[in-house]
Design a protein around this ligand. Structure first.
Ligand SMILES: Nc1ncnc2c1ncn2[C@@H]1O[C@H](COP(=O)(O)OP(=O)(O)OP(=O)(O)O)[C@@H](O)[C@H]1O
Length: 525
């Protein structure tokens, strides 16, 4: 089979006109060619997928198409005419709206106040709220203009960003991995909105690692690999495997199963853990109980904003309660200990937000390794940093977790999202923890890397680690955890073995049905 696939879109009917085109765009970062003569045409009335492994160059291309980055060479065209976008405002003025993975919203402000900040002029808030209501009704978006953004779930925040774009009446809407943090229901409702937008003749560019949804939603897909254009295909005529093959350039190996094993000692005990909400994003926790033993992976499912973040922070020591016994790590009461002391008990933590929380954006990767390992006695001895050990550890993470970047030791913010995720997971896993708590382990990670991360966590469990995974991706939890509990309104259900539950049962419990998410509950419903 030739390496470069071609499918002639014209063969499947009339080709709609291109609204926004990239022609032979090239972008270098030092010696790294992030985009190498890449071409792409986004057409009126179509949803066009942009596919590629982590670091393939998708975000770089999008940033050039909206004026956040300038190309070294190549051309942009808008409605057939050459154009340059010196900054994002210039692309917005032409009707190009972008919803990025990391939202730019102020928690303390209401929805309407946030939207007003992004608009030119001074429209009265009441008039703007009415326009938001109108937009929300038209596209089925469910956003309440007067709610404070700090109280909203990730899905609601994303809808606020979409509304903000739509109020500018865009001709092109670019969605950067929009479903990676959405529940299945939220994803479905986003797809309905996207279909309404393209039916009006707008063009949508959809970046996603979820190939099934790309095949359902998109009429065209461009595949990048290593910064180069590889193919434009009709994803409806491809399988997920054939798309993955184009992205990777080889067969994607299936996630190997790790043999089952005996469970050992409890490594994490949570006893009657109760915490107040912190008023903004953190929801309260009500009498949480959980035991995880060496050798097992327990998953926590739930709609974002139901206490998962508070639970993560309570476990990592960022939030502490009065009761030392409420959290026991490897037989040591840890409820009153801080993050460094908990790490010294060989607990590892991977928060949801990789840039800013898991990694300091403006610190080099090696310094980011030092940040979480300085307390464990290997790197710092008698107050002195042993650089040779630090560098060896850094090199080991990069090699074993296939972290790809330009240069030798860049700042964390220079990494593509998926590569930073691999780095953070690698850093925690190679500390040989006895307990690992991971929030959204594969957010923004391509299929091959996601499989690798899940297998790695399984191996860690097989070696005697207890693993707690918080994820909004139900398929992921059903694929690789041993037991699943559901978090709803700050309460945690009893975990049930994966083989005794189902998507439907978990979905019901996520919606607030109390009790364990067992199969019979779903069958009875
Ligand atoms: N500002 C920058 N400075 C240096 N290198 C960069 C910069 N931005 C991106 N890169 C590098 O360019 C390459 C392409 O990154 P890009 O973010 O475009 O990938 P991506 O396909 O969007 O990946 P992901 O799916 O992980 O988000 C990566 O190797 C990345 O490390």
């Amino acid at each position: 089979m030739p390496d470069i696939a071609t499918s002639d879109p014209a063969a499947s009917g009339a080709v709609p006109p291109a609204v926004l085109e990239a022609i032979g765009l090239t972008k270098r970062f030092g010696a790294l060619v992030a985009n190498d003569h890449v071409s792409l045409a986004i057409r009126a009335g179509e949803t066009h997928a942009l596919l590629g492994e982590n670091g393939a160059g998708k975000s770089t291309l999008v940033k050039m198409m909206c004026g956040l980055l300038q190309a070294d060479s190549g051309e942009l065209r808008f409605a057939g005419e050459p154009i340059t976008f010196p900054d994002p405002a210039a692309s917005r003025a032409k009707g190009i709206g972008v919803v990025f993975q990391h939202f730019a919203l102020f928690d303390a402000l209401t929805v309407v106040e946030n939207v007003a900040l992004g608009l030119p002029g001074r429209e009265p808030l009441a008039a703007l709220a009415a326009r938001i209501e109108d937009c929300v009704g038209r596209y089925g978006l469910e956003v309440e203009p007067h709610r404070r953004v700090g109280e909203l779930s990730v899905g609601e925040r994303q809808r606020v960003e979409i509304v903000r774009c739509l109020l500018g009446d865009p001709r092109v809407l670019i969605l950067d991995e929009p479903t990676s943090v959405l529940t299945p229901d939220e994803s479905e409702s986003l797809f309905r909105t996207v279909d309404l937008l393209t039916a009006e003749g707008r063009a949508v560019l959809f970046i996603s690692h979820k190939l099934d949804e790309v095949r359902r939603l998109c009429q065209r897909a461009t595949v990048l690999r290593g910064g180069k254009f590889i193919a434009e295909v009709d994803p409806r005529r491809e399988s997920s495997a054939s798309l993955a093959r184009l992205m990777v350039g080889a067969e994607v190996p299936r996630t190997p199963r790790v043999a089952t094993h005996e469970l050992g000692e409890p490594r994490l005990l949570i006893k009657n853990l109760t915490l107040k909400g912190d008023g903004s994003r953190g929801s309260a926790l009500h009498a949480i109980n959980l035991e995880i033993r060496a050798g097992e992976i327990v998953g926590i499912a739930g709609v974002a904003g139901n206490g998962q973040t508070t639970l993560f922070e309570a476990l990592s020591g960022e939030r502490r309660g009065e009761d030392a016994e409420a959290i026991v790590i490897d037989r040591t009461p840890a409820g009153a200990l801080g993050p460094t002391e908990r790490r010294a008990l060989k607990a590892g933590f991977v928060p949801e937000e990789r840039l800013g929380h898991a990694a300091a954006p403006d610190m080099r990767l090696s310094d980011n390794v030092l940040l979480t390992t300085h307390g464990d006695g290997r790197i710092v001895r008698h107050g002195v940093v042993r650089h040779s050990v630090l560098n060896a550890m850094f090199a080991d993470i990069v090699k074993r977790f296939d972290v790809r970047f330009g240069g030798k030791d860049p700042k964390a913010r220079r990494l593509s999202g998926g590569n930073l995720q691999k780095f953070v997971i690698g850093r925690e896993v190679l500390r040989e923890p006895v307990l690992l708590v991971v929030d959204q382990p594969t957010w923004g990670v391509d299929a091959a890397a996601a499989g690798f991360i899940r297998t790695t966590l399984r191996r860690k469990a097989a070696e005697g680690c207890a693993v707690l995974v918080i994820s909004q991706d139900l398929d992921e939890l059903l694929e690789f955890t041993d037991r699943i509990a559901v978090m709803s309104e700050g309460r945690l259900t009893q975990p049930v073995p994966v083989e005794e539950t189902s998507r439907e049962a978990i979905g019901l419990a996520m919606g607030g049905a109390h009790g364990a998410p067992a199969q019979e509950d779903a069958d009875a419903a």
